[in-house]
Every structure is written in structure tokens, then in C-alpha cells.
Ligand binder design. Structure first.
Ligand code: FES
Length: 121
């Protein structure tokens, strides 16, 4: 694959048993400007690393369960197109269960603050 056809994706990995302090892992995925960030995550899960944990449900921006921090911005990866360089982290303000999955039952961040962040990004 040529360099211009690749997206470099850095993902924060966390495993309470195997990697409790967390660390970034980098993956190279085929770059397609019409594919979403969620598509890139599924590519990694399906073709590169089946141990990657993340959430997705409606894939249309309705349920908000996929919310992540990508390149410093909180957004819905099912609604945003992938970039050539992406740093993906779990949603800030919640305890991380594993990799990109957080515990939404702990309401630490006001819903209105999250909605405002999504509108901005
Ligand atoms: S999967 Fe439902 S909003 Fe992204």
C-alpha cells in the first residue's frame, strides 16, 4: 500500500488486567475519505486486531454510545469521516472499562456539556 493510501491510527489501549496503565498502539488502515472513523475501527477489529474493544450501535448518530475523543475533540465516530492521522481515546470524564469502552453509568459529565461539544466538533 502506498503512503497516501494509508491512515495512521493511534488508539489508547487499556486492559485492567494486562495493561492497567494504558498505552497507545498504532495501526495502519486503508485511507478512504468517504469512510467514517467507525469504519476504520471495524477494519482494525476485523483485519488487524480482534482484541480491540469499542462500542457502536445505531451507526447513524442517534444513540451516542460510540462517543470518543479523536484528535482532541469529542465526537461521534459513526458520523465523522476518517483522517490521515488519528489519535483515538476513550470519552473523557468516565472510568474506562477496556480500550475505548467507558462506564456510562457513572454520570460525571453533564449531558448538556457533551451535547455542546458534539455541536462544536
Ligand atoms: S453508533 Fe449510535 S451514535 Fe454512533
Amino acid at each position: 500500500m502506498k503512503e497516501e493510501d494509508i491512515s495512521r491510527v493511534r488508539i489508547m489501549r487499556f486492559d485492567p488486567e494486562g495493561n492497567p496503565s494504558g498505552s497507545f498502539q498504532e495501526y495502519s488502515v486503508p485511507f478512504d475519505p468517504e469512510s467514517t472513523i467507525m469504519d476504520a475501527l471495524y477494519y482494525i477489529y476485523t483485519h488487524l486486531d480482534g482484541s480491540l474493544a469499542f462500542r457502536g450501535s445505531c451507526m447513524h448518530g442517534w444513540c451516542n454510545v460510540c462517543m470518543l475523543k479523536v484528535n482532541g475533540k469529542v465526537l461521534l465516530p459513526c458520523k465523522k469521516f476518517m483522517k490521515k492521522e488519528m489519535t483515538i481515546e476513550p470519552l473523557p470524564g468516565y472510568p474506562v472499562i477496556r480500550d475505548l469502552i467507558v462506564d456510562h453509568s457513572v454520570k460525571r459529565v453533564p449531558v448538556r456539556k457533551r451535547q455542546n461539544e458534539l455541536k462544536k466538533n
